[in-house]
Design a binder for this molecule. Structure first.
Ligand SMILES: Cc1cc2nc3c(=O)[nH]c(=O)nc-3n(C[C@H](O)[C@H](O)[C@H](O)COP(=O)(O)OP(=O)(O)OC[C@H]3O[C@@H](n4cnc5c(N)ncnc54)[C@H](O)[C@@H]3O)c2cc1C
Length: 230
């Protein structure tokens, strides 16, 4: 476990706060886009009080680690509320086999705060000018719940096709989709679905139903990569 300092906390939408952490010494974790860390809250003697896994949202080349954490007022997140800029936390990892490996045709599918590992992948693609065909399907309840909205708009200008689905809005702005991600809408944006690799992250019901759908659409199971959080 390495000691990191909290360098910024930004309250975003939908009870989500964005934390940036910087290594305190020369040692830091090296990660691939999509991997996660174990975040430790520390006591006075730097002992672990509690810990939880969080996906990294930053591109691996950044000097900091960015996390986007939804406050669900649970055991860990209610303690995390007390953390301030300048505080120290423990970072252990990286962990996980859900990472982007510079595939040149990929569709990223996120539900809610499940956008975090996919942000790392998309930021990595843009930062390294990786050539390919990349599409993001991002499902949110309302416009107020869209995390990283401005950055996603910028990504559109850099060649990423961003399709945002709003499941609880009566009317949606031009360029957005209303309702859930379904076969018709996947086919509308992905003409040759079995040529793509899919990276999905979000609630387990969304991930497992979309996995079944992609298999039904003849996407090879080896092309479907996913992480779900319970
Ligand atoms: C690999 C991995 C990566 C993860 N990455 C992230 C991340 O980037 N951002 C993030 O916010 N969380 C992420 N999580 C979830 C995180 O680890 C915690 O489970 C979460 O923060 C809740 O912890 P808690 O102790 O506060 O809640 P608990 O006390 O464990 O649970 C409290 C209640 O909240 C519910 N709950 C938990 N998460 C959510 C949610 N997202 N939306 C609605 N209800 C929820 C639980 O079902 C439970 O009913 C990740 C989990 C895994 C396994």
């Amino acid at each position: 476990m390495y000691l990191y300092k909290v360098i910024s906390i930004i309250k975003s939408c939908d009870e989500i706060s964005i934390y940036r952490l910087e290594p305190t010494g020369n040692e830091k974790i090296e990660y691939k886009p999509g991997q996660f860390i174990m975040l430790h809250l520390l006591g006075e003697k730097k002992q672990t009080i509690d810990k939880r896994p969080y996906s990294i949202a930053s591109s691996p080349s950044e000097p900091y680690i960015e996390l986007a954490i939804k406050n669900v007022n649970g055991r860990f997140t209610s303690k995390l509320n007390a953390i301030k800029t300048g505080d120290l936390v423990g970072v252990e990892g990286p962990f996980g086999h859900f990472y982007f490996n510079n595939e040149n045709k990929a569709a990223f599918i996120a539900g809610g705060v499940g956008i975090t590992p996919l942000m790392s992948m998309l930021r990595h693609i843009i930062k390294n000018k990786i050539k390919g065909t990349y599409k993001l399907f991002y499902s949110c309840k309302t416009q107020n719940d869209i995390l990283y909205r401005e950055e996603l708009e910028e990504m559109k200008k850099k060649g990423i096709e961003v399709i945002i689905f709003l499941t609880r809005e009566e009317t949606v702005p031009a360029g957005y989709e209303k309702g859930r991600i379904d076969e018709g809408r996947i086919r509308k944006y992905v003409k040759n679905p079995n040529e793509f690799v899919y990276f999905m992250c979000g609630p387990s019901n969304l991930v497992s139903s979309l996995k079944d759908l992609l298999i039904k659409m003849n996407v090879p199971e080896t092309s479907i990569k996913f992480e779900s959080w319970g």
